[in-house]
Design a protein around this ligand. Structure first.
Ligand SMILES: Cc1cc2nc3c(=O)[nH]c(=O)nc-3n(C[C@H](O)[C@H](O)[C@H](O)COP(=O)(O)OP(=O)(O)OC[C@H]3O[C@@H](n4cnc5c(N)ncnc54)[C@H](O)[C@@H]3O)c2cc1C
Length: 496
């Protein structure tokens, strides 16, 4: 099918490769505003989706209306996610006001139930600008709006420093991607926020918006307590959702983390060795451009900058790029054929370490190291990179078959981790299930898929003690289904 063209004001934009028309509808000259529907890019500045909406608004002489909504039936909705998201959304509204752009929010709940709100907002919009996200609910919600609404819908990549469309198609390996990305990077480092020529939209709305900008923490807590979501999963004390937390992390990154990044990053007993920026990147409270600008302005040695850039830019953006090429990035089918064949060949092998889903969720298995990993997801909503590798590979031995292992890994990651439901989630899980090169030993359960032991972790000074203490952390008790849901993200019956 021919790709529809983006409207002329965006074609001339230097960031045009970020933009994709999701339908062929023309701009409505009699629209009241340009609607910018944000789902994950919850930041006011350095936000190409808002900039694209402003450019369209300026060309049409219209204001921009930024909308962010949060539903109770968002997959895995819990106090943890709602608190992070609403904290970020509060700052988004304040930031939009500072830019002279109206931002309205809706927290769906019994006494303020709204159905099809985005469609109603789109009915009087000159165009809808939304985020081009390749995974989880955002991608099919965007497609559905584009096919059902009469408004022009334009998707804008706000997640990557280099938009995937600016790179060649068909890049097949991380090494090739690294080369292309490194060559393209410089052209995408700088940006300047667009200025809205019209004042903030203050016309009629089809609903009563929530005024999160002025909400105190206690107001957010009370609102969340009143919702029909999973209250057993508390907000993360380690990762509050706000722009202030991003600023703290950026300062810590340049002053403390990066000078020793190459060494410290691999040691889970030193959580200060990593940036803990991943939840803020997933929910777009910060974008990679701003992170890289902070690093460039610092005195961090080039070697450490490069190591970090390899994680933030090569690996993270590789998984975004790759997800774009897959119809269902969350699916087990993305595990390479050779690895799936190995795992299937061993699917009937005895699994003496099989654990119940309850034991897995709560980090109460017979494997102390695995429990130490899982407690980070359960209690903190984040896990150290080194632990994630062991954690994911071990799930193959702890579940009845490889498909259930995949569903379980996605379920644990996505239900608990604030950075879950991301292209990096499924890309890294695919790596753990066999994206890396085949090993030489044909192992029970794994075949030639490489597994991991906890030997190296335990051998570090204090490693065994750290694992024991981490595995014994106090934890909440959650309601757990009999089996992991296979693809809760694809439930297209959920209205927007
Ligand atoms: C099995 C498994 C599952 C994972 N699931 C997720 C996930 O759900 N969401 C997620 O964002 N990352 C995931 N990762 C990647 C990585 O573990 C986390 O991004 C990292 O631990 C986050 O902590 P940090 O922000 O302190 O990382 P830092 O070391 O400070 O790195 C900075 C940033 O670089 C990016 N990055 C680092 N490592 C990777 C990587 N391997 N792949 C992609 N991007 C990377 C992240 O955006 C991260 O925030 C997973 C890795 C594995 C092995």
């Amino acid at each position: 099918m021919m790709q529809a063209e983006i409207p002329p004001p965006l074609r001339a934009w230097r960031e045009a490769p970020r933009c994709r028309a999701l339908n062929a509808h023309a701009l409505r000259a009699d629209g009241r505003y340009v609607l910018c529907w944000l789902q994950q890019a919850l930041r006011a500045d350095d936000n190409p989706a808002i900039d694209a909406a402003i450019l369209l608004g300026n060309a049409l002489g219209l204001p921009v209306l930024v909308y962010h909504g949060l539903r109770e039936d968002y997959p895995f909705a819990s106090d943890r996610f709602h608190r992070f998201i609403l904290g970020a959304s509060r700052d988004l509204a304040a930031g939009c006001r500072a830019r002279g752009v109206a931002c309205v929010q809706h927290v769906d709940r019994a006494e303020r139930r709204e159905r099809g709100l985005v469609y109603r907002l789109a009915e009087v919009a000159a165009a809808v600008v939304l985020e081009d996200q390749p995974a989880f609910v955002a991608q099919w919600q965007a497609q559905r709006l584009a096919s059902k609404s009469g408004a022009a819908v334009i998707a804008v990549n706000a997640a990557c420093l280099v938009p995937p469309a600016a790179l060649d198609r068909g890049v097949g390996t991380t090494a090739a991607f690294r080369r292309r990305h490194a060559a393209a990077r410089d052209a995408w480092q700088d940006w300047s926020d667009e200025s809205a020529l019209s004042g903030p939209y203050d016309g009629p709305l089809p609903f009563v918006p929530d005024r999160l900008e002025t909400a105190r923490d206690t107001d957010l807590d009370a609102l969340i307590a009143s919702l029909d979501i999973d209250h057993a999963l508390s907000p993360s004390m380690m990762l509050p959702g706000s722009r202030a937390e991003v600023c703290i992390r950026l300062r810590r990154l340049t002053d403390e983390v990066l000078p020793d990044y190459a060494e410290a990053r691999g040691d889970p007993a030193r959580p200060e060795g990593a940036s803990t920026l991943s939840p803020y990147l997933h929910f777009g409270v910060v974008g990679p451009r701003e992170v890289m600008a902070a690093i460039r302005e610092s005195a961090v040695p080039a070697e450490q900058q490069e190591k970090f850039a390899d994680e933030l830019l090569t690996w993270r953006e590789w998984f975004h790029y790759k997800a774009r090429t897959l119809a269902v990035p969350e699916s087990y089918a993305r595990v390479p054929d050779w690895a799936r064949a190995q795992l299937e060949r061993h699917a009937a092998d005895p699994r003496p370490e099989h654990e119940s889903l309850w034991a897995l969720v709560h980090g109460e298995t017979r494997d102390e190291t695995w429990n130490a990993c899982q407690k980070q997801y359960l209690v903190d909503g984040w896990m150290h990179n080194n632990l994630r590798m062991y954690w994911a590979k071990r799930i193959l031995a702890m579940t009845p078959d490889p498909r259930t292992a995949w569903a379980t890994a996605c379920y644990l990651n996505d239900r608990l981790s604030l950075d879950g439901r991301d292209p990096s989630t499924y890309g890294n899980l695919a790596w753990a299930f066999g994206d890396a090169a085949p090993g030489y030993r044909d192992l029970p359960i794994y075949g030639l898929v490489q597994t991991r032991t906890d030997k190296a972790m335990r051998k570090r000074p204090g490693g065994t003690e750290w694992i024991r203490a981490a595995a014994a952390r106090e934890r909440p008790t959650l309601a757990v289904p009999g089996a992991p849901p296979s693809a809760p993200y694809l439930d297209e019956t959920v209205p927007i």
